[in-house]
Design a protein around this ligand. Structure first.
Ligand SMILES: [Zn+2]
Length: 434
């Protein structure tokens, strides 16, 4: 009897046996339908009370539709000259980004549309905050995790790093600090700002490079209406797809990054669950520098569904902190290649753009998504309806218009067009230009 049962079991098993080659090819073809688990934790030590954060798991991709897939948002807002801009951004930015997403997209289309919606949402939030007439400004590092795809948008210097399962530590943001970013210094100077150090009595210059008027060390932020419009809210955006081994994101304000280097941060908390990892990083920062600044840290683990433990320490090897080794997705063979890379644990870069120019960031768009259901045009930034005569192409009068058609969308309302001009150092004319 027992033998019979064994035969039965073996037969059953044999019937389900798949040759290894087929298994590998199936793995390579896998669309990774299984979604990873997302575990997260946050820790903070306050000095000035100007750091704020947002952790919102399980946001509905299609609002009001519980059966739509979900995504998670993690963000840090490091305020300066007061906390109003940080609080305003925490409370409104997510809605403004989602408000800029076209309706009726598939999940892939939705991910593809995110970088542009992030730009619109950041600029809209800045515009709305400035209209309140309050001073203060904030950095923003805004991270959207949807399955294995991570999209990061940032202004300022609250860095986000990725510790991928291969043991590679990479930066998903750039620091918009005048001191460290020559390209941004050039942009600010060309738009009418002055960049220099603080002068003390006797003419000696001290401290980091700052932008004048205002004396801000950052070249991008939300708020800061008293500093100058060339301090722009246009975010650097990077979108990557993790391998199916997952990875760890560390998002933190400069209280962490001024105290400990990125690679040290990643290494010092490996193997700890997210909540403890965040605490550990704050502890390391305080140990190294004391509490000099608000220090806030969010750790997000993207974990394969069959491995619900925190990511283990990767094998010891020489870790060089280097810029991403990701492969660009551009050719038609890229998709096949991407799956192979994913299978061997390499992160795929889907999108990267850091230009401060709205004409470049909003792109040219002839899709019907630009018009509302009523057939009207819509401002690409603030999403208000425009009469056909009101829309001003983002490309009109732009030096980039040589390759784009000034009569093509996306379109801006007069207000947003004036803001765009001001950000590029042109005085708002108040005259409608078509
Ligand atoms: Zn507008």
């Amino acid at each position: 009897m027992a033998g019979g049962e064994g035969d039965h079991r073996r037969r059953h098993h044999d019937g389900g046996l798949v040759p290894l080659a087929a298994l590998i090819s199936r793995e390579l073809r896998s669309e990774k339908i299984e979604r990873p688990l997302v575990r997260y934790g946050c820790a903070a030590q306050s000095k000035k009370g100007e750091d704020y954060f947002l952790m919102r798991p399980d946001c509905q991709r299609i609002p009001g539709n519980p059966s739509s897939s979900t995504f998670s948002v993690f963000a840090i807002f490091d305020g300066h000259n007061g906390n109003a801009a940080a609080i305003f951004s925490r409370d409104h930015l997510l809605n403004h980004v989602m408000g800029a997403m076209p309706r009726g997209l598939s999940r892939d289309e939705w991910l593809h549309a995110l970088p542009r919606a992030l730009v619109a949402g950041f600029v809209k939030t800045d515009k709305e905050f400035q209209s309140k007439g309050q001073t203060s400004g904030t950095t923003v590092t805004f991270v959207i995790v949807d399955g294995w795809t991570v999209t990061v948008a940032s202004v300022g210097d609250s860095r986000c790093i990725l510790d991928s399962q291969g043991g590679e530590v990479s930066l998903l943001t750039v620091d918009h600090r005048l001191e460290e970013n020559a390209e941004e210094r050039e942009r600010v100077t060309a738009s009418g700002g002055e960049v220099g150090r603080l002068s003390i009595v006797g003419g000696a210059e001290i401290g980091p490079l700052r932008c004048w008027p205002g004396g801000l060390c950052l070249s991008r932020s939300i708020g800061d209406m008293d500093v100058g419009e060339f301090i722009v809210p246009v975010p650097y955006v990077k979108q990557v797809k993790l391998s199916n081994a997952g990875g760890r994101l560390i998002i933190a304000s400069d209280g962490i990054w001024d105290a400990i280097p990125s690679e040290f941060a990643a290494k010092s908390c490996r193997g700890l669950p997210a909540e403890l990892a965040a605490k550990q990083l704050v502890k390391e920062a305080l140990k190294s520098r004391g509490l000099k600044d608000d220090t806030t840290c969010i750790v997000v683990d993207v974990i394969p569904p069959d491995q619900p433990a925190p990511p283990p320490s990767p094998p010891k090897k020489q870790n060089k902190f280097k810029s991403l080794i990701f492969r660009k997705k551009s050719q038609d063979s890229a998709s096949k290649l991407a799956k192979k890379l994913s299978a061997v644990g390499i992160v795929e870069e889907l999108f990267e753009e850091g230009s401060a120019m709205l004409a470049e960031r909003l792109g040219s768009d002839t899709r019907s998504g630009q018009t509302t259901t009523s057939g009207l045009f819509m401002c690409a930034i603030c999403q208000v309806d425009l009469a056909p005569s009101e829309g001003i192409s983002v490309h009109a009068g732009s030096i980039f218009s040589t390759s784009s058609k000034p009569w093509q969308g996306p379109f801006l309302c007069v207000d947003c067009r004036n803001k765009k001009d001001a950000m590029e150092g042109k005085r708002p004319s108040g005259v409608k230009v078509i």
